[in-house]
Design a protein around this ligand. Structure first.
Ligand code: 13P
Length: 337
């Protein structure tokens, strides 16, 4: 087993998953505005410290993805955030892209930037304790998009990013996110996601990325948020598994889904059903942002001094996702609290 593969296994084996807490300051401001909490450095840290020191981090989280601001912060006891995460048995990770910008040549679409100076930034993040990284490409479905240009430019950037990350001994999370926004049906999501994944793996192979030392973070196969199509959770799981089986090389050890705006229960049950029918060797787990944090954030916003209560809410959500990553979640477990 290579060192990179060992990192993947440490993060995602035995029902563990990833907490995506790498919202940029502007995204975090949106999340905090929604619950009427001022977005400043102190409040962003206060909420994240509550999550990172909770019991479920020890039990069910193998990696925490951080944003540049957070990896440099210290908790209220003066302990660096990366050390706090390590002391709870998880590995710190870092988002290294610098965001999705308008794509020249197809301006309504996005290209993720951040390759310039990346090699130097990666060395600094490694020294700060990071052992894995994240880069997210985004694709919107409409009648004409995603374009071939968007699919190939983002695949190229994801592959060059991954090669640089492995060069310094860290595991790249490869996140090509086909967004839920839109009125498209589920089979359009299936086809577009397949195209996106194929192009990503073509570029990853061309860039000599060691796939056994990567984590894929894909969307699930879902109808657009504004579509009228009704589909069972079982069908979502079946289509998602089929799309991944058809388009992800077997040498990829682990898949950790994004939640992408699904409700907490949808994100949990979909993952659960995927694991019940998973007949592959892929570890299928979670790398959720909103589906792990939103209930805790809402609770915290009502009384920001209530650390233990917030941790209870967060711990429950994380434990439910951990059950789901082993195909052991059920509504009765969900409601037995
Ligand atoms: P969500 O689970 O909220 O989609 O966030 C995951 C993530 O890391 C997006 O880049």
């Amino acid at each position: 087993m290579s060192d990179l593969n060992r990192i993947v296994n440490k993060i995602l084996s035995n029902g563990k998953g990833i907490l995506a807490a790498d919202e940029s300051n502007s995204t975090m401001t949106k999340r905090l505005d929604a619950v009427k909490i001022e977005s400043n450095e102190k409040n962003r840290l206060a909420f994240r410290e509550i999550l990172f020191s909770s019991q479920s981090i020890k039990e069910c989280i193998g990696g925490v993805i951080l944003y540049d601001e957070t990896i440099r912060q210290k908790d209220s006891n003066g302990i660096g955030i990366p050390e706090l995460i390590i002391s709870n048995g998880a590995l710190p990770g870092i988002k290294v892209d610098t965001g999705a910008k308008s794509l020249a040549g197809s301006k309504e679409e996005k290209i993720t930037e951040g390759l310039d100076g990346l090699r130097e930034r990666l060395k600094e993040y490694y020294d700060l304790g990071a052992r894995f990284t994240k880069w997210r490409g985004v694709y919107t479905i409409t009648d004409i998009y995603p374009s071939k240009l968007c699919i190939s430019s983002n695949a190229h950037a994801l592959a060059r990013y991954s090669a640089l990350v492995q060069e310094v001994g860290m595991v790249p999370i490869i996140e090509p996110e086909v967004l839920m926004d839109g009125t498209h049906d589920v089979m359009t999501c299936f086809k577009k996601t397949a195209e996106v994944l194929q192009k990503c793996f073509e570029e990853l192979e061309m860039n000599n990325v060691d796939l056994s030392g990567t984590i894929l973070k894909p969307n699930m196969i879902l109808p657009g948020k504004d579509s009228d199509e009704k589909i069972s959770r079982y069908d979502v799981a079946k289509l998602t598994l089929e799309c991944l089986k058809n388009n992800v090389p077997k040498s990829v050890p682990a898949i950790a889904f994004l939640s992408g705006g699904q409700s907490d229960i949808d994100a949990t049950d979909h993952l659960n059903q995927i694991n019940i029918i998973n007949d592959t060797d892929f570890i299928m787990s979670y790398s959720y942002g909103r589906a792990l944090q939103q209930s805790a954030l809402k609770f915290w916003s009502k009384d920001i001094m209530n650390k233990l209560g917030t941790q209870d809410v967060f711990d429950h959500r994380v434990r439910m996702c951990s059950f789901a990553s082993r195909g052991k979640w059920s509504e009765s477990i969900e409601n037995s609290k």
